[in-house]
Design a protein around this ligand. Structure first.
Ligand code: C2E
Ligand code: CA
Ligand code: CA
Length: 279
């Protein structure tokens, strides 16, 4: 038994080493990454229920490293946050996404919202407000075309600062969505504390709504609360028709997920969702 224990320990250590080495490698690669060449944004549509009209788009970061191939955000975002590289990278995302929505809304005479993910590190950066203002000025977009998705897992110690920055964003005229709702800390308290425009149910909170009455009732209650507060609800990670039907029955306002469309490059998005005049 002792021997097994020891082997397990060694195995565990090796695993940690492998993770640390991988992270270090990614950090070095991130520092050297040339944004316009290695990074791109994919776009996933958001629809309103029940009419299925396109109302918004979420921008999702993609990294194609010449050395390592395609690396998912789940691997590199946390490294970017820990090393503060998220500041220049986040600024790149912001500019790229705003440029894209300016191009599409102007070309196709639409008023779609571009949802941009921002991490707490970015929000806490002192120049964040100015950075956004100069980006919307540069691309001449109405702030209503932009939505910022802020993840719900905010530690209570940061709550006051986040409240202030959320207010700053909304004062500019940009809406704020609370991302990953239902997975993090004291969700309901956050609702009371922060001035949000939209709740985004995490994939986890809707995964089982079809078969699990309890999960379904939680989503129902939050929708009731959101209606009371006059804020919108959107469900992400919707993969099946059955989930769609339940969300419709519960009165969820909007929907996003593989069931309707996966994230895709700009060119493809344009082909699928904007009808180009025939030549
Ligand atoms: P998120 O903001 O919760 O984004 C939703 C994730 O779910 C995306 O993964 C998306 O591709 C995926 N997804 C969408 N529909 C479905 C579905 O029906 N089923 C399943 N299984 N997945 C679905 P992705 O693109 O890998 O991004 C992961 C996370 O990385 C994001 O989670 C977000 O927290 C972060 N992230 C992505 N882009 C950025 C960015 O530009 N800045 C920051 N700070 N974070 C980002
Ligand atoms: Ca998001
Ligand atoms: Ca999410």
């Amino acid at each position: 038994a002792k021997k097994i224990g020891f082997n397990k320990y060694v195995f565990f250590n090796e695993q940690i080493n492998a993770i640390l080495q991988r992270n270090l490698k990614l950090e070095i690669l991130l520092r050297k990454a040339i944004y316009d060449k290695e990074f791109s944004l994919h776009y996933q549509p958001q629809f309103s229920i029940p009419d299925n009209s396109l109302i918004g788009i979420e921008a999702l970061l993609r990294w194609n490293s010449p050395a390592e191939g395609s690396i998912p955000p789940s691997e590199f975002i946390s490294i970017a946050e820990e090393t503060d590289l998220i500041i220049p990278l986040g600024e790149w995302v912001m500019n790229r996404a705003i440029r894209q929505i300016a191009e599409w809304n102007n070309r196709y005479q639409t008023t779609l919202k571009m949802g941009i993910n921002v991490s707490i590190k970015q929000l806490n950066h002192k120049e964040f407000g100015e950075m956004i203002k100069s980006a919307i000025k540069f691309y001449a977009v109405p702030p209503e075309w932009i939505d910022m998705e802020i993840t719900e897992s905010i530690a209570i110690e940061d709550a006051y600062d986040i409240h202030e920055i959320t207010k700053t964003i909304r004062d500019i005229g940009i809406s704020v969505s609370i991302d990953d709702f239902g997975t993090g800390y004291s969700s309901l308290n956050h609702l009371k504390m922060f001035p949000f425009d939209r709740i985004k149910f995490s994939k986890l909170s809707i995964d089982h709504i079809v078969n699990d009455e309890f999960d379904k009732e939680i989503v129902r209650s939050i929708i009731v609360l959101a209606n009371f507060m006059k804020i919108k609800t959107i469900a992400e990670g919707v993969e099946t028709a059955a989930q769609y039907d339940v969300l419709k029955e519960l009165g969820c306002d909007q929907i996003q997920g593989y069931y309707l469309a996966k994230p895709m490059p700009a060119k493809e998005f344009e082909k699928v969702f904007f009808s180009l005049p025939q030549q």
